[in-house]
Design a protein around this ligand. Structure first.
Ligand SMILES: NC(=O)c1ccc[n+]([C@@H]2O[C@H](COP(=O)([O-])OP(=O)(O)OC[C@H]3O[C@@H](n4cnc5c(N)ncnc54)[C@H](OP(=O)(O)O)[C@@H]3O)[C@@H](O)[C@H]2O)c1
Length: 272
């Protein structure tokens, strides 16, 4: 398949719903061809239909569990076997597990590390030659505002997102002058299925009150990516909070953020 004039294809992980689906649609509206991947075929098919209506039909999906053995290789082979000219990689699929580190089984922590760190590293390493072949290309990695500070009860999640941020910024430096830019998206609370998959329904009221829908987050992410920016924190409130983090001592921020999560976790434990 040949690229239409303009952009080649963008591979978006976690593209069946939430932020990934919104990014895929935003990229399609800018003229990228779209490859979305996730486990649920129904969501992928819906996103593909929406994307195809925006970019003249250049939208395909590949069902894959990125945590299953061979998952990353399956997605890479899909892109290569179809000869899709890749000009954008969006590492967005992510997972959280809420609870105190020592109280939760190791088996609950490991997928957080694997999906949030191992998978984007493996996928980017595998597809970098493909991105380099096409001249100008983009990598967009979804981190979180939790990358900027520690949170009790979300230890591995915040650490994994800090990893994404630091790795992305280092990779960006390595790729300087190659035509490939790396942008890190650091959203605050976004109203998606994320709280449910992380067993964090006790945080839903806060997400509804302070969270953003995924569409403006995707718009800000794609705009920053196309401008070649290093990092984007979407939303005025998040930008203010982020700016405040440079003025307030880290221990104050970390204990305030942790208090919110710990209180809610106690409520969940009490069955409230
Ligand atoms: N929502 C927030 O408040 C928030 C804030 C900051 C950062 N983020 C980050 O944003 C990213 C997207 O999250 P979201 O809020 O859009 O959550 P979401 O609605 O739960 O979407 C997660 C996506 O990842 C896919 N996924 C999960 N496990 C997978 C696996 N094993 N293999 C392949 N795909 C998998 C899901 O699809 P299937 O279930 O179909 O596989 C889905 O498309 C994540 O990296 C998250 O950490 C979210």
């Amino acid at each position: 398949m040949k690229a239409a004039q303009g952009y080649g294809y963008a591979l978006v992980t976690g593209g069946s719903q939430g932020i990934g689906a919104a990014i895929a649609l935003e990229l399609a509206s800018k003229g990228f061809g779209i490859v979305v991947t996730a486990r649920s075929e129904e969501g992928l098919r819906k996103v593909c239909t929406g994307a195809a209506a925006l970019n003249g039909g250049r939208a395909v999906y590949v069902v894959a569990d990125l945590l299953a053995p061979g998952g990353v290789e399956h997605v890479t082979a899909f892109v290569r076997d179809r000869g899709l000219p890749l000009s954008c990689l969006v590492n967005n699929a992510g997972h959280a597990h809420w609870g105190y580190f020592g109280e939760e089984p190791l088996a609950a922590h490991l997928p957080v590390m694997r999906l949030n760190m191992d998978v984007p590293v493996a996928l980017t390493h595998a597809l970098l030659p493909d991105l380099q072949r096409g001249g100008r290309a983009y990598i967009l990695n979804t981190s979180s505002m939790m990358a900027y500070h520690a949170v009790a009860s979300m230890a591995l999640y915040s650490a994994s997102k800090a990893f994404v941020l630091r790795w992305s910024r280092s990779l960006r430096l390595e790729l300087k002058g190659t035509g490939i830019t790396v942008t890190t998206l650091c959203p605050g609370s976004v109203i998606t299925g994320f709280t449910e998959q992380a067993g964090m329904q006790a945080m839903d009221d806060l997400a509804r009150r302070f969270g953003s829908p995924p569409e403006p987050v995707a718009k800000a992410a794609v705009s920053a990516m196309l401008a070649g920016k290093a990092e984007v924190v979407p939303g005025v409130l998040n930008k203010l909070t982020h700016a405040l983090q440079h003025l307030v001592p880290m221990r104050v921020i970390e204990s305030a953020a942790s208090r919110i999560y710990i209180n809610r976790l106690s409520r969940r434990k009490a069955g409230g």
